[in-house]
Each structure stands twice: as C-alpha cells, then as structure tokens.
Design a protein around this ligand. Sequence first.
Ligand SMILES: Nc1ncnc2c1ncn2[C@@H]1O[C@H](COP(=O)(O)OP(=O)(O)O)[C@@H](O)[C@H]1O
Ligand SMILES: [Mg+2]
Length: 235
Amino acid sequence: MIKIENLSASYGRIQALRAVTLNMSPGTVFAVLGANGAGKTTLLRSILGLVSTTGTVRLDGQDISRLATHERIRRGIAIVPEGRRLFSDLTVRENLLIGAINRSDRSRVQSELQDICDAFPILGKRRDQAAKSLSGGEGQLLALGRAMLSRPKVLLLDEPSVGLMPIAVTEVFTTVAKVSREKGLTILLVEQNAKKALKIADEAAVLELGSVAFKDSARGMREDRRVQEAYLGGH
Ligand SMILES: Nc1ncnc2c1ncn2[C@@H]1O[C@H](COP(=O)(O)OP(=O)(O)O)[C@@H](O)[C@H]1O
Ligand SMILES: [Mg+2]
C-alpha cells in the first residue's frame, strides 16, 4: 500500500531523514516511534511532499514522490497534524465537513458524517457546539473524524497523544485501532508514547537521528530488550 524506499529529507543543510525504508501493509497500523527531533514529523511531511526529498514513496505501487502535495492528497493520503489544527470557532459539524471539502458526492458525505457521529457519539452529541468547547481527547477524535471524511486510503497521525490525559490517550488509541480494523484504513501513527502505540500497532519502527534503528512486528518490538530499555521504561 505505502512503500517508502531510501527516503532522505533535508531542510537546507540539515539532513532530517536518512535512507528510510518502510513497508506498510494495507489495513494495518504502523507505529513510528522516536524521541523529540528524531525525524518523525519530517517523515510525514516527506510522504506529503512538504519537504525536499530523495528516494521514493509508492502508493498502491505508483511512485508519488514527484507529485505535488494536493495531488498526493487527492490520491488518498490524509493527515491529522500535530496539535490537531481545528477551527475553534466553527462547530463540530463544520469542522468535520472541512474534511470533505474536495468531494462533490454531497449525499454520501452527509451519510458518512452521520456514521462518524454514530461511531464517535461525543461528536454527535456536540455537533452544533464550537470546537473550542471540546476536551483535548474529544478534539483529537474530531480531527480524526475530519480526516476520515476525505475518504483516505492512508491516514497519517502526528503524535495524537500530545497534551492528553492518559485516559484520553487510551480512548483515542482504541478508536484508531477500531477505525483501522473496521474501515480497512492503513494508518501511520507517529508517537513518542511508545508503550501505548505498540499496544495497538501491527508493525513498528524506531527512528533515531533520522535513521531507522529498529523495525519489527509490534509484538517483537514490545519484547525486544533494547527497545524496552530505551523506549519502554525497562518494563
Ligand atoms: N523547518 C525546519 N527547518 C530546519 N530544521 C528542521 C525543520 N523542521 C525540523 N527540523 C529539524 O529536523 C530534525 C527532525 O525534526 P522533526 O521531524 O520535527 O522531529 P520529530 O517530529 O521526531 O520531533 C530535527 O533536528 C529538527 O530540528
Ligand atoms: Mg514531530
């Protein structure tokens, strides 16, 4: 589904990604872990064409690494950026509809909007309230729902746990796993919260200074002593 080969990225003279190779299977959650500054956000920006790169990114076998960002989005890549970027004065419903801004199938959009409100009942309950009235976890669900309304094949999530209470992190991650399972969505989950991310991921990689340091099934990663010591607090 998404195949990344030898992807390097730089900001001027600063090289932020070094020959990253990753394979994401359709309908799975792939976690990319790593400390602050490891290159996680740069990986997502590279997939979207927002930073200068070498190497290839394939979506369904097609090389998309020379395409403009809007064309990559049109082909089915959506992102929930770090910090969510909701429109705080717009209602929950209006924020959701922004995800569908490029679609012309209005009646399907309405029924999918309803599906999202059914799947995330808190959004249904608050659909006419301003986004700023939501808690952090609810806001993250709204950002997720908004991205889903663009009907992506691949969803990129940049540190959805940032700023959330532990219980909200668990709820958001459970929802992410459910969405992937039920909708067959391929999800690339970038996280510093390795422990919780590995609980819901199928496969995972650890980035260190822009390079892939480890790559394994999530289960293998949870059981790997080096990963435990460096990222899981030794448990
Ligand atoms: N716009 C930018 N200009 C210059 N350097 C940047 C820019 N964005 C990120 N970097 C650098 O690239 C590296 C990777 O950053 P980033 O991908 O944001 O890491 P992460 O998301 O894992 O915290 C860091 O060294 C960071 O300082
Ligand atoms: Mg980041």
